[in-house]
Design a protein around this ligand. Structure first.
Ligand code: SF4
Length: 365
């Protein structure tokens, strides 16, 4: 069954590490954007009723309750197996939480990134660990206990002990799902550009080394495992039963439709993506044009390998794939990076640390 993703790229601030097409935009663009979004969802060809919904951003948790309810109800379906809302700590007010519940939201993804105030302040985030703790309690009191927390390994000034502090907060709060992302260094974020230039702004000079970041990641794997929160995808950890049903679709190559600026879609055979800029998205919809940036492209036959191998369950190669990829599969098994039970292959713990090297071999075939 399929999923729906809705993008709301409006934020109260632009975080230094953020490389998404999100940011601070004029208020009037937000109103026009919502109108364009309504048009795109209304005009979609629904071949199926979605079973999962994911409203991401940006900061969709800053929307008022009525607008959020309108957004959810615009999508056909309603009885969601999972309906996730991304929320920024500091926006989880009692009024909003009851509006989210009433709208059918049943999972919250909190963009915490760190529980350490000095790390957060350098990125432009304004919340504290106490704010996160009280908002987690508020969500639980309202029956929204299916909570994800995002953490970033590699933030400026992060040390072994400050990373430990964030992991201890996860344990103390009993968070059932955690996503751990490694800091991405590219041209699309201010911190990434500064690091590429060898500068010092945004704390770039105090960014942990690659080796430290790998050690942080490994410590998170071990810490979560001791709590019964198990890695089921390279960056995602869950108590059994709390795995994200929507995100699993991405790795299992199940279809999803994306709406809004920079949203991606996949119908099982082809992929396409909307224009990145919210203002261009609005212009296109307002003038009756498609928001799709490029013509749809056929999905690659080898995607199953480099997407599916991200999952702990791995993949079950077809007979011709065993033959076609016999060389890399055999080599990685002998190097201890892949393991097999004869029908499935999956990354080993060590293979996860070298996953990019493994994936590259399958892409090149
Ligand atoms: S990290 Fe989140 S809140 Fe910060 S700019 Fe990016 S999308 Fe907005």
């Amino acid at each position: 069954m399929a999923g729906v993703y809705i993008s709301f790229p409006f934020c109260g601030q632009k975080c230094t590490y953020c490389n998404f097409a999100s940011g601070v935009f004029p208020k009037e663009l937000e109103a026009n954007y919502l109108q364009a979004l309504g048009t795109e969802i209304h005009d979609a060809q629904w071949e199926w009723k979605p079973e999962t919904l994911y409203i991401g951003g940006g900061t969709p948790s800053s929307l008022d309750g009525d607008t959020l309810a309108w957004m959810v109800s615009a999508v056909p379906g309603r009885i969601w197996r999972e309906a996730t809302l991304e929320a920024a700590p500091g926006t989880v007010t009692p009024e909003r939480v009851s509006a989210w519940r009433a709208a059918g939201i049943n999972r919250i993804s909190l963009g915490v990134q760190s529980f350490v105030t000095s790390e957060l302040q350098r990125t432009g985030r304004k919340h504290t660990s106490e704010v996160v703790a009280s908002e987690v309690a508020r969500l639980r009191d309202a029956g929204l206990g299916n909570i994800n927390v995002d953490l970033i390994a590699g933030l400026p000034c992060q040390t072994e002990s400050s990373w430990r502090e964030s992991l201890d907060w996860i344990a103390r709060l009993g968070i059932p799902h955690i996503s751990v992302y490694m800091l991405e260094v590219d041209q699309d974020s201010r911190l990434g550009r500064e690091l590429l230039l060898g500068g010092v702004r945004y704390g770039a000079a105090d960014t942990p080394s690659d080796e430290q970041i790998v050690a942080f990641y490994q410590e998170a794997v071990d810490s979560f495992r001791s709590l019964g929160v198990i890695r089921y995808e390279i960056s995602n950890f869950a108590r059994p039963g709390f795995e994200s049903k929507h995100n699993l679709k991405y790795w299992r190559l199940e279809p999803y439709l994306g709406f809004g600026a920079d949203a991606h879609s996949f119908d099982g055979r082809r992929r396409w993506q909307n224009v990145e800029s919210p203002s261009e998205y609005v212009c296109r919809l307002a003038s009756g044009n498609s928001p799709i940036a490029e013509p749809a492209i056929a999905a690659r036959a080898d995607e199953r390998f480099f997407v599916g191998l991200r999952l702990d369950e791995g993949i079950r190669p077809l007979e011709d794939e065993w033959n076609r990829f016999a060389d890399p599969i055999g080599r990685f098994i002998s190097q201890g990076l892949l393991t097999t039970d004869g029908s499935r292959i999956r990354l080993t713990d060590r293979g996860v640390l070298f996953s990019n090297e493994v994936f590259a071999e399958f892409v090149e075939q």
